[in-house]
Design a protein around this ligand. Structure first.
Ligand SMILES: NC(=O)c1ccc[n+]([C@@H]2O[C@H](COP(=O)([O-])OP(=O)(O)OC[C@H]3O[C@@H](n4cnc5c(N)ncnc54)[C@H](OP(=O)(O)O)[C@@H]3O)[C@@H](O)[C@H]2O)c1
Length: 301
């Protein structure tokens, strides 16, 4: 990939966010603007090769931040009944965008998912987490299946940085925030999971992109936290008196179409990389505490 512009001058950094109307995309864009970075966003369909090439040629980004993906509405159950549309976005589109960036010498950060794993005999609850090199073992939802398949291919692109988010959490109660979701469910399971607190991780994604890091990274706060632990902290800091009811995974399976992944991701590789930049990500319980304190200060209820 070219890293120097003609004449030897350092290449200017220009970000282009794909999936510009999405939730994560909006957060990234405001962080980049807050940092005074040059940033553009686009809603061009990733699977439309000619349109993608034309958009890259028009904006001439040094970095693409791919936040586009078919996530389903109201949730991933949608993907079960719209398989071709899900493939066109999450497999053909994601791969096409990575490939067009490769051919144009553009660094491409892919906001991927860690929901490609579930606890198994080698990775039981309370045991070691899944490493980046572990093959996906969760195909209980078609959404996860497409994400697992495409990662197996784009990981070979030398211009791609693949960041696996899980159950992202923002400092507000946006409908896509994991906390908003579980606080509204009639009943919730109670299983430890890796979570991504966006305030902690999105600035790290920008740092990694700027350093042109590549390869796959589990992109969560270190550690795992259970649904009840999250909701107990939420009640203690944000919403006193909040109550909820639990049910088992077997009972949950009766009210959802697709299975849901539950797992711990090993963040050793990420922590080591970020330490090179003097950037530390708090452990998940502490991260939630800080997140809920920010909500409280902002008057979020
Ligand atoms: N939120 C989560 O729980 C979560 C967890 C882990 C990973 N992720 C991943 O992180 C990324 C961002 O998630 P998000 O929560 O911000 O999702 P989001 O709010 O649903 O945003 C995704 C955006 O991608 C766009 N998009 C879908 N297919 C596209 C295509 N083929 N070409 C161009 N744009 C397309 C959508 O536009 P249209 O609506 O017009 O199609 C939407 O604006 C996704 O890849 C998601 O899989 C999310």
């Amino acid at each position: 990939m070219p890293v120097m512009a003609a004449g030897g001058a350092a290449e200017a950094t220009r970000f282009l966010i794909w999936g510009g109307n999405g939730w994560v995309a909006g957060h990234l864009e405001s962080i980049l603007r807050g940092q005074g970075k040059e940033v553009y966003s686009t809603t061009v369909r990733m699977e439309d090769r000619e349109a993608v090439k034309a958009e890259l040629d028009r904006v001439k980004p040094s970095h693409v931040l791919n936040c586009a993906g078919c996530t389903g509405r109201p949730n991933v159950d949608w993907c079960e009944d719209h398989k071709e549309k899900t493939i066109r976005s999450n497999v053909i589109g994601t791969l096409n965008l990575a490939d067009c960036c490769y051919l144009a010498g553009i660094h491409c950060t892919v906001f991927a998912t860690g929901c490609i794993y579930h606890y198994d005999d080698d990775h039981p609850i309370g045991g070691p987490g899944f490493k980046e090199t572990d093959p996906a073992n969760f195909t209980g939802s078609f959404y996860s299946e497409t994400k697992g398949h495409v990662e197996e291919v784009i990981k070979y692109y030398t211009n791609c940085l693949i960041l696996r988010l899980r159950m992202p959490v923002s400092d507000d109660l946006h409908p896509r925030n994991f906390v908003t979701k579980i606080s509204k469910y009639e009943r919730v399971v109670d299983i430890p999971n890796s979570n991504t607190i966006l305030t902690d991780l999105l600035p790290a994604s920008i740092l990694m992109a700027e350093h042109k890091d590549t390869g796959v990274y589990n992109f969560t706060n270190p550690g795992a936290i259970s649904h009840n632990e999250v909701l107990e902290l939420f009640r203690a800091i944000v919403r006193p008196g909040f109550t909820w009811k639990n049910f088992s995974v077997e009972e949950q399976a009766k009210v959802i179409k697709a299975g849901r992944s539950n797992c711990l991701l090993d963040t050793t590789k990420l922590e080591r990389k970020l330490s090179e930049y003097g950037y530390a990500v708090p452990e998940i319980h502490e991260a939630y505490r800080q997140c809920f304190e920010r909500m409280k200060v902002a008057g979020v209820k």
